[in-house]
Write a protein that binds this ligand. Sequence first.
Ligand code: X2X
Length: 352
Amino acid sequence: MKKKILGLTVFCLFLFTLAAPGMAAYKAEYRMSLVVEPTGPWGQGAQMFADLVKKRTDGRIVIKPYFRGQLHGEKQTNEFLLLQQGIADFCLGSTINWSTTVKELNLFSLPFFFHNDYKAVDALEASEAGRKIFRILAYKGAIALAWGENGFREITNNKRAINTPDDLHGLKIRVVGTPIFMDIFRSMGADPVSMDWGEALSALQSGTVDGQENPVASITIPYRLWEANKYITFWHYAIDPLILAASRETWEGLDRIDREIVSKAAREAARWQKKAAREGLGESSASIETLRKNGMEISLLTPAQFRAFRVKTRPVYDKWANDIGIDLVRSAERAAAPGETKKGRKGKKIER
Ligand code: X2X
């Protein structure tokens, strides 16, 4: 009998050890990686997430955002590796920066895929293609909790107004160090220079590069890019979603209740962040006013001008669609197509 009790106790202890990962001691501080400053919707959304989690877990989980690429030494295309290795516990990261590690994320950088159509972006993220991307991230070591947004990327420069692909000819444009952007800008005759965001600001100020491309509400305004660049073209050539994710190792170390709290806080913060990144763009063009007041000359493209850019970059789209995975791209195109997304878009034609 005694032997039986002893055996049972040992067995229970064994079960307890199996359950241990979820019950392991929590870290005193969980690190979160950010490429940008605390100002602007991107940085503020991350801070909101950290604050919500701390409050709702009564301080059990303290997340510290490390802004300005501090965790990756400003090598932003390494950010996903930080999640994989557990160096960062959380990230609110750009799909562009992670696309060097997760090739499927180049989907969002396909040139002129969307035309400033937020409903299509939301529809794609909520679709099977969006879910597939989250599964791929999980397989690669990061648990995606919510979609945020940097925004549609618009081009600025200090040389001339850009209204046609030819206007880009010879311009030195700073891009993130990912091959798809080199291909896109070369296809339009520009001279792309890959550079981390940390270096880009001084390169723009000193004139080492003529221009750059980034979203208006999240980057152009908070970083006061009009101090270096006079011209901006709203061409919406690529969307830059953000993903709020946890390192799988970190995730597995949290108990079930805390995972729920963290997931909910991520969704809430990302919803706020996405809304803020879209604020003032669309119909009420408060952002355009801000740019104009600060001396920027704004080019808004006609549908024909937009088409010229799309046609010029089409070979890059086709090449990258194959590299990304044609099934995923076609499924994303279907999800983003008018008629698939919610009411009001039926019957609108889209050219590919
Ligand atoms: O480097 C950029 O251009 C930025 C800030 O938008 C990203 O991190 C992708």
